[in-house]
Ligand binder design. Structure first.
Ligand code: PLP
Length: 471
């Protein structure tokens, strides 16, 4: 079907999506984590079509696939990994983003998108107590935030010893020491491997006793040449934070770059009761974060904040193509200030989410989630079958089934079996993690629709699952 001759500009497809989405949104509070889990063989079912079936038929096909087989990560019962939902205003804004399909590479392609992104990054800087001259850019994810921050760090490390990585590559660099706590997320290692620095350059220090751990870190960095300190703001098993101010001191004393991975922890800044965990973040040289987890805006909504705009421009500039002069010249666009060239107007949904609900609305969402996690923790504390392993700082908790009479070496298998059974019913999705070599359950209650009633339901399901296993 030639798109030019399709009737009505796809109106029937858009109407179908609007009506179906509206109906589905109305069911969100009751949505289970999964519908069906056995995917059909799509390669078998969908050969490359020669003649299309038109907008309505094809969109209906996608809708039906999603409705049956997609995990309901946007509902309030999906607790695996670190996944938020999608705020209603942000969902509508995402549609607008696609409708206008701006290329936010720079002013010449997307003047408005560029200005909205500058505004949104300004809001985030204000929230974090960063000065206005920090550079902020939206990237696809927190992983990309880590890549962007560490790419700038690598360029800076080179410059300290008269090596310009941008021009000469990384091969002239000595091994760069990177240090962090046991909280460092795998995406930081992924960034190091992608940047040619190698995963092995990272050394983790146990900061359970911060005085000892930080002293060891300082020692490791003494006379090491240019180095990078990683601070983790919000780790995945309980939302714990490194002592950022103290890590900043280590970085300052040893002349290292400080990178903070605040993937979802950044959102703690909205709640005065949690914001102090981020103390010292303004001392960083680069920060990675995202909005698609705890801020509940759709993917891809990552952030990279870099203290020195100049180093970002040096690292990400692409000055060699005359036809790109308007993006890369005197007033560079985001194509020259971040890792992408062409880019979606990612700031639009973040702009609308904050415009719609304000800092007070996001704070209320967080308070409700914190209440729900406290409720769950209280239920676990009162039970004889489950035990909290990591007390939550944010709405994430790691716990373990340890019913009386079960031998320690049977507990890993038991916890895995509980997660598998709960997930198989589809009512909830819970995660599995390892804590000090022991398998445990973990849940992240980051969806905007979470209530303490749902925390109750989850605990009832966990209890019933264990009771059914007859252990
Ligand atoms: C602390 C931390 N950093 C980075 C990431 C990677 O985020 P993304 O999946 O957005 O790349 C995560 C993901 O959970 C995370 O928890």
């Amino acid at each position: 079907m030639d798109p030019l001759y399709e009737n009505g500009l796809g109106r029937s497809a858009l109407e179908f999506v609007l009506a179906s989405t509206f109906e589905r949104q109305a069911k969100l509070p009751d949505l289970h984590a999964y519908s069906e889990r056995e995917l059909p063989d799509l390669i078998e079912e969908f050969p490359l079509p020669q003649y299309g079936i038109g907008s309505l038929g094809s969109v209906r096909t996608l809708w039906d696939l999603c409705n049956r087989y997609a995990a309901n990560t946007i509902g309030p019962r999906y607790f695996d990994f670190v996944i938020g939902g999608v705020l209603p205003a942000a969902l509508a804004a995402d549609w607008v983003t696609a409708t206008f399909d701006q290329n936010a590479a720079g002013r010449v392609t997307g003047d408005l998108a560029t200005e909205v992104e500058i505004l949104v990054m300004r809001w985030l800087k204000e929230l974090l107590g960063l000065t206005a001259d920090w550079h902020g850019v939206m990237v696809p994810s927190a992983t990309y935030g880590n890549v962007a921050g560490l790419a700038c760090a690598r360029q800076w490390c080179g410059q300290q010893i008269a090596i310009d990585v941008v021009m000469d590559g990384a091969r002239g660099l000595p091994p760069i020491k990177v240090v962090g706590s046991s909280f460092v997320h795998p995406s930081v290692e992924k960034a190091l491997q992608m940047l040619g620095m190698g995963r092995k350059c990272l050394t983790r220090f146990d900061l359970t006793d911060p005085d000892t751990g930080l002293a060891r870190m300082r020692e490791a960095l003494a006379d090491s040449g240019p180095a990078i300190v990683i601070a983790s703001a919000g780790e995945v098993n309980g939302g714990e934070f490194d002592p950022i101010t103290r890590l900043a001191q280590v970085a300052r004393e040893t002349g290292a770059w400080l990178h903070v991975d605040a993937a979802f922890g950044m959102i703690a800044a909205f709640d005065p009761n949690l914001a102090e965990n981020l103390d010292g973040i303004h001392l960083a040289d680069s920060i990675a974060a995202d909005g698609h987890k705890w801020l509940n805006v759709p993917y891809d909504s990552g952030f990279a904040l870099i203290r020195e705009k100049e180093i970002a421009n040096r690292t990400f500039g692409m000055p060699s193509a005359p036809y790109l002069e308007d993006l890369t010249g005197a007033s560079p666009g985001f194509a020259s200030l971040g890792p992408d060239a062409s880019r979606r107007a990612r700031a639009f949904p973040v702009f609308v989410a904050l415009l719609a609900y304000g800092t007070a609305g996001i704070r209320n969402m967080i308070k409700r989630q914190m209440k729900a996690i406290s409720r769950l923790v209280a239920l676990i504390d009162d039970s004889t079958d489950y035990r909290i392993l990591i007390r939550p700082t944010l709405p994430i908790v790691t716990f373990r089934a340890e019913p009386p009479g079960i031998l320690e070496d049977e507990l890993d298998e038991l916890n895995q079996a509980i997660a598998s059974k709960v997930n198989a019913t589809g009512h909830f999705a819970v995660g599995v993690t390892m804590v000090s070599g022991r398998k445990a359950l973990r849940v992240a209650l980051l969806n905007w629709g979470i209530t303490d009633v749902i925390a109750h339901e989850l605990f009832a399901e966990l209890s019933a699952t264990l009771a059914d296993m007859d252990v």
